[in-house]
Design a protein around this ligand. Structure first.
Ligand code: CA2
Length: 146
């Protein structure tokens, strides 16, 4: 069976490419998904997005059932969501938090991540390449967890 990685995207990331390209880049989320699939043809990738916190919790729980590891860009819920923190902790699937931008270099409210405490590590500030770097890290975690 191929390794299965779930890539979970939070609120407003469906707007990528349309607004604020100076911060988040010119690529759409579909472009990023295509780039991820091209980079990992042999890996089963489940790529999802929601603007709704509870749906993101459901996605984390589903990943706990069928993914070998998770890459998650929780977007603004990074800074607010104890529910996502709890879900990641509860399912115990190896997870990598990613961000397009570098939240630590932006407004002070972005310095707090509730998700960081529930994941193995974080990659941020590399634009769309954060997804590729996150996938690489998740693949390593998946292989290590066998
Ligand atoms: O840098 C990231 O990937 C973030 O997770 C993006 C979130 C932000 O709240 C985090 O602090 C860092 C925001 C996603 C909003 O995406 C947009 C895309 C296009 C236009 C406007 C917003």
């Amino acid at each position: 069976m191929p390794i299965c990685l779930h890539i979970i995207n939070g609120p407003n990331l469906n707007l990528l490419g349309a607004r604020e390209p100076d911060i988040y880049g010119a690529q759409t989320l579909d472009d990023i998904e295509a780039m991820c699939r091209k980079a990992h043809p042999g890996v089963e990738l489940v790529f999802r997005q929601s603007n709704i916190e509870g749906e993101l919790v459901d996605m984390v729980q589903a990943a706990g059932e069928s993914a070998d590891a998770v890459v998650i860009n929780p977007a603004a819920y990074t800074h607010t969501s104890i529910a996502l923190h709890d879900a990641l902790r509860a399912v115990g699937v190896p997870a990598v938090e990613i961000h397009l931008s570098q939240p630590a270099a932006r407004e002070s409210f972005r310095r707090r991540s509730y998700v960081s405490e529930a994941v193995t590590g974080t990659i941020s500030g590399f634009g769309a390449d954060s997804y590729l770097l996150g996938l690489q890290a998740a693949l390593k975690l998946a292989k290590a967890h066998g």
